[in-house]
Every structure is written in C-alpha cells, then in structure tokens.
Design a binder for this molecule. Structure first.
Ligand SMILES: [Zn+2]
Length: 178
C-alpha cells in the first residue's frame, strides 16, 4: 500500500530528501493496522523520470519502504510527484483532465499534449469511474466544494484551487486509494 507525502512535489526534492531527510517519509501509523513505530525497511526502485533514455534521466528512483512490527506488513511512501501506478506525473495528468473537462475531444487532447489515445482515455475513464467517491471525500474535507454540484465544474474548481497531486494526497490521507 502506498502513502503519499504531499509536500514533495518534484523529483529533485524527492532525491534530496531521501538522501538527507528520510525521516519525513516515515508514516505516523501503519496503513494496515494503524500501529505506530514503523521501521525503515530498505527501498525499492522504480522508473519515475519522464526524461527516459536521456543522460539527465534520474531513473531508477528510490522509494522508501517501512515495516510494521505489529502486523509485519510493509508499506511505501511516495512523494506527490510520483502518482501510484502511473508513469506520467500528476502535472501532465492534470493538464489532460482539464482539457477533457473543458470539452476537448480525445483526439484534440492527444494532439495538444502529445499523449497517446490509450493514455488519455485511461485517465478520462479513471476520473469518471472514481469521481463520485473522490468528490464525496473532498467535499467532506473542504465544505466550500459543496457549492459545485456539477461534475465538470467541481473538478475544474478542485484543480484550480489545489493541484491534482494535492487532492490525491488528501484522498490518500482519508484512506481512499486513488
Ligand atoms: Zn501494521
């Protein structure tokens, strides 16, 4: 299970923090059983840098792992700039979703953002499938969002007020897995 560290929004910041200030990543409680006092448990690496293949690429990027002494399960802490299970960063996903919400066709959206059709469709369908659940939790945390009852205007408002990465980090904190 992933937990997101909302304050780390760039890969540079993440690499720096892992090397110098890894305490920031230690979860307060186990996401499985809520016990405290998690141990550092090494790290694994994943591809996260979109500048793949270039000399400046920072892949593979380390992700810290923690072990719960109570239930013996592990969890990882991801920075907000590395969306769980997604290759592209949240910023690009946000651009694509804002275009879709503004009424752009998938075709137009692919042309404007240089993303392939399957990616744009996957992101569109992901938001549309999870929208009601996400909106429910975001509205209970940010009551002013209750004013936006129409789905598209709700999401436009969320992405303008905070970023998609921050919204996902809030959902993650409420244990709604994005
Ligand atoms: Zn546990």
């Amino acid at each position: 299970m992933y937990r997101i560290l909302a304050s780390v929004t760039t890969l540079e910041h993440h690499l720096n923090a892992v090397a110098n200030d890894s305490e920031a990543y230690r979860p307060e409680a186990c996401p499985h059983c809520r016990a405290g006092g998690l141990w550092r448990h090494g790290c694994y690496h994943r591809k996260a840098d979109r500048a793949v293949g270039t000399q400046e690429s920072r892949n593979p990027v380390p992700v810290l792992r923690f072990l719960c002494r109570a239930c013996c399960r592990t969890c990882s802490r991801l920075p907000a700039c590395m969306c769980p299970r997604r290759w592209y960063d949240c910023a690009m996903q946000q651009v694509v979703l804002l275009l879709i919400l503004a009424g752009c066709s998938v075709h137009q959206c692919c042309r404007d953002t240089c993303r392939v059709r399957a990616t744009v469709r996957r992101w569109r369908d992901w938001l549309s499938a999870r929208s009601e659940c996400f909106a429910f939790f975001l509205r209970s945390r940010f009551p002013e969002l209750g004013r936006h009852t129409e789905r598209n205007s709700f999401w436009r408002h969320v992405m303008q007020g905070m970023s998609l990465a921050q919204a996902m980090a809030w959902l993650d904190r409420d244990l709604v897995v994005p």
